[in-house]
Design a protein around this ligand. Structure first.
Ligand SMILES: Nc1ncnc2c1ncn2[C@@H]1O[C@H](COP(=O)(O)OP(=O)(O)OP(=O)(O)O)[C@@H](O)[C@H]1O
Ligand SMILES: [Mg+2]
Length: 325
């Protein structure tokens, strides 16, 4: 069974804004050989809900997010599966889907004022009342003096303010899906909490479908509705956020032992080893070399997603309906 079926069964398709089914991204080496970067990714993003994508560094979270908006790096292609929008329209970044990245310093242009940069992202029909709309956007992201912020250059703002300005830019195009890739990792902890609360409020107020990529499982547990955990390019466990209280997959259990913070170094307390690089992923279950439960079947055959209770799915031979094959 597929998590998309599972999600459909549990929540219906009513609020689905964007559905990704069986997504696969290939990296094409110079000799033309295809290396899978991510594969078999099923995601349903819903209006007014936050879906989290978690996993160790290098497991394919950002590439999955980039694939959704057509922003893959050179050499990579979305060559498996499909992306469906609820209204049937295919949309790229800046239209239905928008991104907020980790480092606002890299995305904001130092030579233009915030006002100039937000204006650029307004849809043409709103440029007539640009000033009014920009101030409204800045208020939405918590600025009490929007006029001053509009006239500021990025270096005149703190990191948290820059991130909020970025969020205002992301909202300017009235997106239906907001992808936040480690949106607060570069900020200090108190500012992080503020931005995340803001994101959660916006998601509710604007009925945004949010895809949140985060290392910090504490954050995810607090603001996400659904969680997908990735390992080496595949989703290994999916379900409502409560699943983090009692994960089934041995990898997810290991991740939780590493709470409160995964530092992205590729090391997990409680689980030896690290994520295998592209091109060196083992046969069978990709987690088997690190798995305390691994048996013969795990070395030979990759487990598919199986239902595990009413609302969850897990790709593991040791768990899910049927148990050991
Ligand atoms: N521009 C690129 N060119 C080549 N390979 C890349 C590129 N970006 C990512 N990769 C590779 O694709 C795989 C998935 O990377 P991705 O950036 O999606 O990981 P991630 O889960 O977002 O990790 P992190 O938590 O560190 O951000 C990794 O093996 C990575 O080395
Ligand atoms: Mg990333």
């Amino acid at each position: 069974m597929k998590p998309t079926d599972l999600n459909g069964r549990v929540n219906g398709e009513a609020d689905a804004v964007l559905t990704a089914a069986g997504l696969g991204v290939g990296f094409f080496a110079e000799d033309g050989r295809r290396l899978e970067v991510v594969g078999d990714v099923d995601l349903v993003l819903r209006a007014g809900r936050t879906t989290a994508l978690v996993g160790e560094s290098g497991c394919g979270k950002s590439i999955t997010a980039a694939a959704l908006g057509g922003l893959l790096p050179r050499g990579m292609a979305l060559d498996r599966g499909e992306i469906r929008w609820a209204d049937g329209a295919a949309r790229g970044p800046g239209r239905g889907l928008t991104y907020v990245f980790q480092d606002p310093g890299e995305c904001l242009d130092p030579v233009f004022t915030i006002g100039n940069q937000i204006r650029e992202t307004l849809p043409p029909e709103e440029r007539g009342r640009a000033r009014e709309r920009m101030e409204e956007l800045l208020r939405t992201v918590g600025f009490e003096e929007p006029a001053r912020v509009l006239a500021s250059y990025p270096h005149q703002l703190s990191g948290g303010m820059q991130q909020r300005a970025m969020l205002a830019m992301a909202l300017a195009g009235r997106p239906r899906v907001l992808v936040a890739d480690e949106p607060t990792t570069a900020l200090d902890v108190t500012v992080q909490a503020k931005i995340l609360r803001l994101l959660a409020d916006l998601q509710r107020a604007e009925r945004l479908a949010v895809l949140l990529i985060a290392h910090n499982l504490g954050v995810v547990a607090e603001i996400a509705d659904e969680v997908h955990v990735m390992y080496a390019g595949r989703i290994v466990e999916s379900g409502p956020v409560d699943m983090l209280r009692q994960p089934r997959h041995p990898y997810v259990q290991g991740l939780l032992k590493a709470l409160p913070r995964l530092d992205g170094s590729g090391r997990l307390e409680g689980i030896e080893g690290s994520v295998p690089p592209l091109g060196r992923r083992p046969a069978g279950c990709r987690f088997h070399p690190r798995c305390p439960l691994a048996r013969e079947v795990c070395r030979e055959k990759a487990p598919e997603m199986r239902a595990c209770g009413e609302e969850r799915a897990v790709a593991c031979w040791a768990c899910g309906e049927g148990g050991w094959a």
